[in-house]
Design a protein around this ligand. Structure first.
Ligand code: G6P
Length: 368
């Protein structure tokens, strides 16, 4: 029963631990062992997807971060330009609509006022079709969209979104593969990624097993007022999501930067009082990221690195390394989100905040 915390102290912790199961549930009926099912997005989707030449993603909060990850996937795998914007900005400006643009709204609740307003505006403005990625059947967003991919996260009670985010990523990756297939993605590459996706629930379980280690590290954040999250490529939105979680529930000021921007400003803030958290799987950007880490260390900053062993980042004084399972580069954002959820959760518990109901925030922002 989702409305029951069971053995967990908070809904948020329960929802973090549900992720292996709900990720699997979101894949069910949409992928085989090696391919995305043609009908994954509904029977009419095939024709529609083959005409899509641009994707415009709109969302708010955590859902916006899911959209930012999807942009990397869509441009990389489907070779189609993709724009992402927060709904509250999109709805109040004039935009140039490219031909055959698919309008994609991401929302856990399907009731966020700005997202719905953006959708209604887009329908009048002549977008090709509206696709929704949503967790609540029968919500306004679902009812008003042409195509829907439901996330199977189940009710999410904690205000800080966790399982809704990772299931949004799964739905977005399945969508990307369906779109990419119409646009020249090879069968081999699709199979490689679908097989990697099947490994994600197990990998998330492996990350959950690191909770004790992460809880230990969280003690180092108790007396901190600021923090910096770094990532590169599709891990940059993961860093943004990590920073959002920390500020939402522990009230520690957290900023996320693409690691390459470090020297263009935030490096000036780095000292022993500013913990720097980095997500660094061993992907093509790992080498560049390592030199960014050196820049931080040279300035006395304390580093917390989440990386797999092949990234070869060794713990040293002021460098704490949490070793994660080896993951495929495409699915890495899903897996690397989880340790940052656990980190912010444990910092918040130590600080004694109201984890499930953080001050001033609402689960669903249905008025502007
Ligand atoms: C609120 C919630 C966030 C959520 C955002 C967007 O700010 O506290 O957790 O990400 O709304 O909500 P949606 O339901 O549209 O995903």
């Amino acid at each position: 029963d989702s409305a029951d915390k069971g053995e967990y102290r908070h809904y948020m912790l329960k929802e973090i631990h549900e992720q292996p199961r709900v990720i699997k549930a979101t894949m069910e009926g949409r992928v085989t062992a090696s391919r995305v099912l043609e009908q994954a997005l509904g029977t009419e989707a095939g024709d529609l997807l083959k005409d899509v030449r641009h994707v415009q993603i709109i969302a708010c909060g955590t859902s916006y971060h899911a959209g930012m990850v999807a942009r990397y996937w869509i441009e990389d795998l489907a070779d189609i330009p993709c724009s992402v914007e927060v709904a509250s900005e999109f709805r109040y400006r004039k935009h140039v609509i490219q031909q055959d643009t698919l309008f994609l709204c991401i929302s856990q609740s399907g009731e966020t006022a700005d997202t719905l307003a953006a959708l209604r505006q887009a329908k009048k403005a002549g977008f090709r079709a509206a696709l929704a990625i949503c967790n609540v059947p029968g919500s306004s967003l679902v009812r008003e969209s042409d195509l829907v991919i439901m996330t199977q996260a189940g009710p999410e009670i904690g205000v800080a979104s966790t399982k809704a985010f990772t299931t949004q990523l799964v739905a977005l990756l399945i969508f990307t593969l369906a779109l990419a297939r119409k646009n020249g993605l090879s069968e081999e590459r699709e199979t490689e990624i679908v097989q990697a996706l099947h490994l994600v629930p197990g990998q998330v379980n492996d990350v959950l097993a690191l909770e004790g280690e992460i809880a230990e590290i969280s003690k180092r954040f108790m007396d901190k007022n600021h923090s910096l999250f770094l990532g590169r490529g599709s891990q940059f939105p993961v860093a943004m999501e990590g920073a959002l979680k920390l500020k939402e529930i522990s009230y520690i000021h957290a900023e996320a930067y693409p690691a390459g921007e470090l020297k263009h400003g935030p490096l000036a803030l780095v000292d022993s009082e500013m913990p720097v958290i980095t997500v660094a799987p061993n992907n093509s950007m790992a080498e560049k990221l390592k030199s960014n880490l050196e820049e931080v260390r040279a300035r006395g900053g304390e580093l917390f690195v989440f990386a797999d062993s092949s990234a070869n980042i060794k713990p040293e004084e002021n460098i704490h390394v949490v070793q994660l399972p080896e993951v495929h580069e495409i699915t890495a954002p899903i897996v690397y989100t989880v340790p940052l959820q656990l980190l912010s959760y444990h910092v918040a518990v130590l600080k004694g905040t109201d984890v499930d109901q953080p001050r001033n925030l609402a689960k669903s922002v249905t008025v502007e």
